[in-house]
Design a protein around this ligand. Structure first.
Ligand code: HEC
Length: 112
C-alpha cells in the first residue's frame, strides 16, 4: 500500500500533463458521425427533360416549385423561359428556349 500511492500520484500527474500538452486540457473532443436524409427528388427534376431542367432552373428553383405550376399554354411557357433567361439570367442557351418550353408544356398537362 505504501508503495502503490506514489505510483498513482505520478501516473495522475503524467496524465494531466499529457492533456495539457494536447492543448485541450479538460476539453477533450469526441467526434461522432451523423446520417442525414435529404429530401429527394424535391430539389431536383426527374423524368422528362430532367437534365436540361436541372441545368437551366435548379440554381434558383427547386423542382417542386416548378412542378407545382399549373398547366400553361406552350407560348406562355416560352415567355416564362425567356423571362428567366433575360430578366433573371438563368443559364439557358438561346437554342434551348423552345425545347425547354416544350418540355415544361408536356410536363404540365391540361386538366382533363
Ligand atoms: C437565376 C435565377 C433563376 C433561374 C435559373 C430560374 N429562375 Fe424562375 N424565377 C426566378 C425569380 C427571381 C423568380 C421570381 C420572379 C417574380 O417574383 O416576379 C422566378 C419565378 C419563376 C416562376 C413563377 C412565375 C413568375 O414568372 O414569377 C416560374 C414558373 C419559374 N420561375 C420557372 C423557371 C424555370 C422553368 C426555369 C428554368 C428554365 C427558371 N425559372 C430558372 C429566378 C430564376
Amino acid at each position: 500500500m505504501t508503495q502503490r500511492l506514489p505510483r498513482l500520484a505520478i501516473g495522475a500527474a503524467l496524465a494531466a500533463g499529457a492533456l495539457l500538452a494536447a492543448g485541450g486540457g479538460a476539453f477533450a473532443v469526441t467526434w461522432k458521425s451523423e446520417t442525414v436524409t435529404l429530401p429527394y427528388p424535391g430539389p431536383h427534376f426527374t423524368g422528362h427533360g430532367a437534365a436540361l431542367l436541372n441545368a437551366s432552373c435548379s440554381t434558383c428553383h427547386s423542382a417542386d416549385f416548378v412542378n407545382g405550376q399549373p398547366h400553361l399554354a406552350l407560348g406562355t411557357w416560352k415567355v416564362e423561359v425567356l423571362k428567366m433567361k433575360n430578366v433573371f439570367h438563368a443559364p439557358v442557351h438561346a437554342k434551348d428556349v423552345d425545347t425547354l418550353a416544350r418540355i415544361l408544356f408536356d410536363r404540365h398537362p391540361a386538366p382533363k
